[in-house]
Design a protein around this ligand. Structure first.
Ligand code: FAD
Ligand code: DHB
Length: 390
């Protein structure tokens, strides 16, 4: 079988790339390891930059995001028993973010792909990438015990951190940069109104906490926990009790508890692979880089990679130009490293590092106090949070 672009992974990066290419008349096949239901049930990101929203519009899937998502003009930092609002709109000359779950983005993209009649192969096993250093790359896999092979012009590795694409590259051709943090986020999703109408990021002596949401009636909360924490150790009651102890009194009181409809622990990691192109194989999204979730950048970086890559592939097909393809890795990495820096900085500012000295804790509080008083410092935070230019 033949296709122009074989896309590995049906997460947001793969589905968005597929949609943009399909609309430009480029034939794609998406090969995904898990089932459609599994992919659509994963609870992850919640905050979209304007550039990501614009790209979803360009892909023709922005309708529900506009009608059901929320525009947020600011968020709050909580520390030292008080709360300070960062006015994103005022500090960035009018920019805002959108709260619309990754689960919904994925559903909108998967539905649009089905409607377009494009092929997505779910539950593909033993996916193998071959010959991407030549002119006719191949993707091989089995499904229900039957062997399949696609020959293509390009492979897009959109298969996340644990995927096969990056692992297929010879180790000598790739350089990896990594920081693993000694804590994770325990997240709870609950059908209760959020504690506040905007997000609250909290630094407390007991550890980080985040009050987020999916809608006016559905809240998403996270607390920092040690990496080796067991999820079974956290009853809903224990979770809300710990969450409230990390928030200023008035916010703690506003948290409405309820039975969790999802509860999971995510480890925190910073990771970048360089370069992002190997012959006719291109990496995009979490396959090439991971940020700790604190700055809400992971999904947005996946989207900006896809913007660069789709532009380059469309230019190649329509104008027979290699320029965009040759520039892809450098362009994408320039934006990625700045988002890595921001995510690492915000993580360091808001979490309790095990073994941190009282001096380091005072440094965090001094910086948060400075942020709350200095328009220049707040502007740096705001312009990174709404997203640097794509
Ligand atoms: P993925 O979503 O990981 O998709 C990869 C796909 O490839 C998966 O469907 C996987 O099943 C498939 N796959 C893997 N291996 C193979 C294989 N061998 N063969 C075929 N298919 C394969 N980001 C934000 O921007 N804002 C936020 O607010 C935010 N909050 C987050 C909160 C949490 C708790 C977590 C865990 C993440 C958060 N992120 C956030 C990050 C964001 O979810 C990811 O960056 C995003 O999912 C990356 O998309 P992707 O398509 O690159 O990778
Ligand atoms: C959410 C996740 C984040 O990482 C973040 O910074 C803000 C919100 C969320 O899942 O709602």
């Amino acid at each position: 079988m033949r296709t122009q672009v074989a896309i590995i992974g049906a997460g947001p990066a793969g589905l968005l790339l597929g949609q943009l290419l399909q609309r430009a008349g480029i034939d794609t096949v998406i090969i995904e390891r898990k089932s459609r239901d599994y992919v659509l049930a994963r609870i992850r990101a919640g905050v979209l930059e304007q550039g990501t929203a614009d790209l979803l519009d360009a892909a023709g899937v922005g309708g529900r995001m506009h009608s059901e998502g929320q525009v947020h003009e600011g968020f709050s930092l909580a520390f030292d028993g008080r709360q300070h609002r960062i006015d994103l709109k005022d500090l960035t000359g009018g920019k805002t973010v959108r709260v619309y779950g990754q689960t919904e983005v994925t559903r909108d993209l998967a539905d649009a792909r089905d409607a377009a009649g494009a092929t997505t192969i779910y539950q593909a096993e033993d996916v193998v990438l071959a010959d991407f250093d030549g002119s006719a790359p191949k993707v091989r896999f089995t499904q229900d015990g039957a062997f399949h092979e696609f020959t293509c012009d390009f492979i897009a590795g959109c298969d996340g951190y644990h995927g096969v694409a990056r692992a297929s590259v010879p180790p000598a051709a790739i350089q990896l940069f990594e920081r693993v943090y000694p804590f994770g986020w325990l997240g709870v999703l609950v059908d209760q109104p959020p504690a506040d109408h905007e997000l609250i990021y909290a630094n407390s002596a007991r550890g980080f906490a985040l009050c987020s949401m999916r809608s006016a009636t559905r809240s998403r909360y996270y607390i920092q926990v040690p990496t080796d924490e067991r999820i079974e150790a956290w009853s809903d009651d224990r979770f809300y009790d710990e969450l409230r102890r990390r928030l200023p009194a008035a916010t703690a009181e506003a948290v409405k508890a309820g039975p969790s409809i999802e509860k999971s622990i995510a480890p925190l990691r910073s990771f970048v692979a360089e370069p992002m192109r190997f012959g006719r194989l291109f990496l995009a999204g979490d396959a090439a880089h991971i940020v700790p979730p604190t700055g809400a950048k992971g999904l947005n970086l996946a989207a900006s990679d896809v913007r660069y890559l789709s532009d380059a592939l469309i230019e190649h097909v329509s104008e027979h130009s290699e320029a965009g393809l040759n520039a892809y890795s450098t362009r994408a990495l320039a934006r990625i490293w700045k988002a890595e820096r921001f995510s690492w900085w915000l993580t360091s500012l808001l979490h309790q590092m095990p073994g941190a000295s009282p001096f380091e804790q005072r440094m965090q509080l001094a910086e948060l106090d400075y942020l709350s008083q200095s328009r220049a410092a707040s502007t740096v935070l705001a312009e990174n949070y709404v997203g640097l230019p794509v």
